[in-house]
Write a protein that binds this ligand. Sequence first.
Ligand code: FES
Length: 159
Amino acid sequence: MPSLSDDNRTRLVKAIASQRRPTVTVLSSLLAAQDELGYLPDEAINEVATLMDTTINEVWGVASFYTNFRFTPPGKHAVEVCWGPTCHLQGAAWILQRVLGELGLEGEGETASGGVSFKFNTCLGACSQAPVMSVDHHLTGKLTPDSAVEKIQEVQQPS
Ligand code: FES
């Protein structure tokens, strides 16, 4: 994996070192790093180990335990489709099928171009608008398979 740019390394070190909380832990430091960079590169693991005066293995143990940490850079755009109970009853399966087809994916992950990160979500908190998806953290409800694909195509248009 390529190493971080100097700018990203500076952001990483600053984010880990400037946590405003009463207790700084390995977990809080990993969260700070991921909030800043969107993922945990090897350098983040090393920096957290140094800051917390612990081993790289110890930090990896914490990082690998939580499924919300990611170790590769996210795509430029984030797409989440809800497959919670309400959305499921309102046709989320059809939305998922079309969205995954549009992205060329079979499940969660990044598109081949790296332009989109796709995730399932168990409830986006807008059940009354089911079926719902989130594109770059903006919710859209009352989706149809066609309108879901249109949303994804809109965000991928060159600006
Ligand atoms: S179940 Fe889909 S938004 Fe709640």
